[in-house]
Design a protein around this ligand. Structure first.
Ligand SMILES: C[S@@+](CC[C@H](N)C(=O)[O-])C[C@H]1O[C@@H](n2cnc3c(N)ncnc32)[C@H](O)[C@@H]1O
Length: 356
């Protein structure tokens, strides 16, 4: 649907939706740089959506919201807006936090450069929070739908056998731990890059002179929750649809769906995801032993050798290092709220577009 999702939600029957899966415009600390809602006004902006989403969701339904954090303008500290949103949704609107997920995007750039690569006083921000909320404490769900292959070390353990013993944590690990269930239960950390730059969607937009949506999520993100939280025929809604990735996934998985988006050109681009334009098919499942979809994260400490180098800056990095040239080198950014990439300014309705 092209239009304001508040109008759409207002027309939907109470208790009719099984899953609201969305990534709303993120809050910006410096107002309206890319047209997003200012973080300070975010809760007020979100309230009417929260109220409608709570009304239309079934008691067994879920509301999954992918939301990135933001940096305070001009200083190396983080905004609390996405945590405040979570608290508001639970305390004012009665949602339950079924589980908090963290989407780690290994391809995120080391930004804000000023704090991360110039002054070296913060680390790379590479995680989006994904709040899985539910109307009651018992949303329908099954982790059997999102199993993962065992890691190489678990495969070794399964083939060598595991000696039942009490772990230092006090957990009693029985022989059952070494039963091969065929797949592993995933953690609440989703590791997934967001790097697609040459797919059918982009080609279609280029061929038709349409803008690429600057803040798409990868299809695997909505797919994870659509699989885990809905059955075939259930109704999935994305009120901040962008390029309609949620709709594409829901369609492929046989769910009914409605997506609403304010910017018409984004919907024109989204047509590429559906017949007769698309020819996307489900990727084949990985073969046992295929390690290509795994990410390796080094444990902290692998480079610690006792040498600590320069003492820490006692001013916390307030003064730029003398070695950094200001004339030609990087300058302190005007806004520090984006955590990756630099999208083109948005067309029309830019007042609501995402920060990331
Ligand atoms: C972060 S983007 C969603 C991107 C989407 N998940 C994708 O992968 O393409 C948020 C979208 O919400 C849209 N939006 C903001 N306010 C809206 C409203 N009231 N009704 C409908 N869409 C809205 C913005 O135009 C923007 O495209």
């Amino acid at each position: 649907m092209h239009g304001d999702s508040l109008t759409l939600l207002g027309k939907m029957r109470s208790q009719s939706v099984d899953l609201v899966m969305t990534s709303p415009p993120f809050g910006l600390v410096r107002k309206k740089d890319y047209g997003n809602v200012a973080a300070s006004e975010y809760l007020g902006w979100f309230r009417p959506f929260a109220s409608q989403i709570s009304r239309v969701l079934r008691d067994t339904g879920s509301f999954v919201i992918d939301i990135g954090g933001a940096w305070e303008a001009g200083q190396p500290t983080r905004s609390l807006y996405h945590f405040k949103l979570l608290i508001m949704l639970c305390e004012e609107f009665g949602f339950h936090l079924a589980q908090d997920f963290y989407w780690w995007n290994p391809s995120k750039l080391p930004t804000p450069a000023e704090w991360v690569t110039v002054r070296r006083i913060r680390v790379k921000d590479a995680v989006n929070t994904v709040w899985w909320l539910s109307k009651t404490a018992w949303p329908k769900a099954s982790n059997r739908r999102v199993l993962q292959p065992y890691s190489a070390s678990m495969m070794t353990l399964l083939s060598n056998g595991y000696k039942a013993k009490k772990r230092p944590s006090g957990h009693d690990i029985s022989e059952k731990f070494s039963i091969d269930n065929g797949a592993a239960i995933p953690p609440n950390l989703i590791a997934m890059p967001n790097t697609e730059s040459n797919g059918a969607y982009q080609r279609y937009c280029e061929d038709h002179g349409l803008p690429h949506h600057p803040a798409r999520f990868p299809a695997e993100l909505p797919e994870y929750f659509v699989r885990m939280l809905t059955d075939r025929g259930d109704l999935v809604v994305d009120p901040f649809a962008g390029s309609c990735v949620t709709g594409e996934v829901a369609e492929r998985l046989g769910r009914r769906w409605v997506c609403a988006e304010l910017v018409e050109t984004y919907l024109e681009g989204a047509l590429s995801r559906f017949p007769p334009h698309n020819n996307a098919t489900q990727k084949p499942a990985a073969k046992p032993g295929d390690e290509s979809g795994f990410y390796r994260v080094p444990r902290p400490g692998l480079l610690w050798n006792g040498i600590e180098g320069e003492p820490l800056p006692v001013d916390g990095g307030r003064k730029r290092p003398a070695s950094v040239k200001t004339a030609s080198g990087p300058k302190p950014p005007k806004t520090l709220s984006r955590s990756a990439g630099t999208p083109a300014p948005l067309p029309r309705a830019a007042s609501t577009d995402p920060a990331d």
